[in-house]
Design a binder for this molecule. Structure first.
Ligand code: FB9
Length: 512
């Protein structure tokens, strides 16, 4: 390992050499001629480039080099060879060999077996099928280590499907056993720059007490102020992408006169999450394949009895013009605790509370918070997401009102062109999926779901006849991914968030 020399000497040597020869064709050769690591010379080159004292042409080469594991094999031989050497003619037990070879035992056994050097008698006995083996792999590794062109060529051919077939197996083994890795090295060919000098005058950057005392400040040359210099990056806050879009959508709701529902309770009872929403107890969403049920506390005790009775009735035998589901509704099913699957559970609580008030007053509510669904995780789905929900509760509201509010809401989100497709939810009738035409994708994107809460949900709560509730929902993750071009939901929050991307979005930024 070349000793490090103070960079000033390296700089002096470089400038002197350039002055004498006009160029340095290969910085690697020059570094080893100075006996300094190429890295040290690189720092000097970068500095002199900044002063335009020199000019350089960067040359990159790629070479296959040994991984640490391979370096060890090249030095001490390959494990499978050691294994065979450790097996006496009568064979040896796996345990004994594992003892002998330690943590490379598995690799050794696998590759010795692959090379048909051993056979495994009964479950524990390992027999060798060959005399001593020549460690060809070790030789090949050494040839890689010495940068032998022929081997490099072979490894290059392996990368190209057209030439891969003709590559000899031993080379393929190098790749298959991840014993080689590609290394990019960059080096430079240097020549004098427009500001070339043999000795770079170190420009003073400060008038220090020593300068003043020694008086040598008079003939010092001071570095110009670099008014373009970036200031120290100030540690400012960065907005989490989701929370940034959450704030934008929250502001839209507030501007439209909505007030936020309290969504801080992730644990909910099946009663508010399903039964109160007229979702029957045998509905597929209510089994543990879709819903996270709690082990402890497994059940709730705080359910409003009289209201519960009405919910039981409407499920079992209907009422309010509905024939209900006609099944035997079970209280203990409703008492099961779960992680809420939608914030519509909170809407149900708020509407029930509203119905308990002396005088009915129209209300506009919204919620934006986490919901949990036992779903397979993929590029756009995690087991939890943030649901955005809006609802308006007032006399005589119609589907037209719903469509009007949706157009208002989504146009403020930059999605003016909407289409509606009939849909089904257990708690709304009619229901509509909402689509918006996305200029970027040149296609209609499903941007949410909506509907009018069923009378079987509202009337048992005690809301006055004639009061309708229009509501809609969407996720926070989808718009955030689209608006911030994040293609994988795992990069949205959690351990895989790419902080540099977040650092690219400082807090104090105006507009979306
Ligand atoms: O968010 C969704 N899509 C979406 C939203 C905005 C957006 O903005 C872009 C900037 C342009 C892009 C896409 N969806 C809802 C639609 C789909 O992604 C859907 O596949 C996934 N949905 C989630 C549920 O998945 C099981 C999104 C989530 C969703 C669906 C329905 C509701 C809430 C969230 C609801 C409701 C509802 C209905 C009636 C009454 C009350 C609530």
């Amino acid at each position: 390992m070349a000793a490090t020399q103070p960079s000033a000497d390296v700089e002096g040597a470089l400038l002197a050499h350039l002055n004498a020869n006009g160029e340095i064709p290969d910085s690697r050769a020059f570094a080893s001629s100075l006996g300094v690591p190429h890295k040290d010379l690189e720092d000097v080159i970068k500095r002199l480039l900044a002063f335009r004292i020199i000019e350089s042409t960067d040359i990159t080469t790629e070479a296959w080099v040994l991984t640490d594991e391979a370096k060890d094999y090249a030095a001490r031989g390959c494990p499978e060879v050691h294994l065979v050497a450790a097996i006496p003619p009568e064979g040896a037990s796996r345990a004994a060999l594992k003892e002998e070879l330690g943590d490379v035992f598995d690799i050794a056994l696998k590759n010795a077996a692959k090379n048909k050097w051993i056979e495994q008698g009964n479950r524990d006995l390992v027999l060798r099928t060959v005399e001593d083996t020549k460690d060809e792999l070790q030789e090949l590794l050494k040839r890689v280590e010495n940068g032998e062109d022929e081997v490099q060529e072979q490894l290059k051919r392996l990368e190209n499907p057209k030439t891969r077939e003709v590559v000899p197996d031993p080379i393929k083994v190098l790749k298959r056993r991840k014993l080689v890795t590609k290394e990019k090295t960059i080096w430079y060919s240097l020549k004098k720059g427009p500001e070339f000098v043999v000795k770079r005058k170190t420009l003073a950057t400060d008038v220090t007490r020593e300068h003043l005392k020694s008086g040598d400040w008079k003939d010092l040359e001071f570095k110009d102020y670099n008014y373009g210099a970036q200031g120290q990056p100030i540690a400012i806050g960065y907005s989490q992408p989701l929370l940034e879009v959450r704030e934008a959508i929250q502001n839209i709701f507030l501007e439209m006169g909505f007030s936020e529902m309290p969504t801080n309770m992730f644990v909910e009872s099946s009663f508010w999450n399903f039964d109160a929403l007229f979702q029957p107890q045998q509905h597929p969403a209510r089994d543990s394949h879709d819903t996270f049920f709690l082990k402890a506390p497994a059940t709730t005790t705080q359910l409003p009895d009289d209201y519960l009775e009405k919910v039981k009735q409407v499920h079992q035998s209907g009422g309010y013009g509905s024939k209900g589901y006609g099944y035997d509704w079970k209280r203990d099913e409703a008492e099961k605790n779960l992680l809420r699957t939608h914030t519509t559970a909170v809407s149900a609580r708020m509407l029930y509370k509203l119905a308990q008030e002396e005088h009915f007053a129209p209300k506009r509510y919204y919620s934006i918070d986490r919901v949990f669904r036992n779903e397979a995780v993929d590029r756009t789905h995690l087991a939890e997401f943030h649901q955005i929900e809006g609802l308006i509760c007032d006399y005589g509201l119609t589907l037209g009102d719903l469509i009007g509010v949706l157009e208002d809401f989504f146009s403020r989100l930059g999605m003016p062109k909407l289409r509606f497709k009939p849909a089904y939810n257990p708690y709304t009738e009619p229901s509509m999926e909402i689509f918006s035409y996305h200029e970027g994708f040149k296609k209609w994107v499903e941007i949410g779901n909506s509907g009018m809460f069923r009378p079987e949900m509202l009337l048992p709560m005690g809301l006055p006849e004639g009061v309708n509730v229009i509501a809609w929902g969407l996720s926070l993750e989808r718009p955030t991914m689209i608006l911030q071009e994040i293609d994988n939901i795992r990069n949205l929050f959690g351990p895989k968030v790419d902080f540099n991307k977040i650092k690219g979005r400082p807090m104090c930024r105006v507009g979306l």
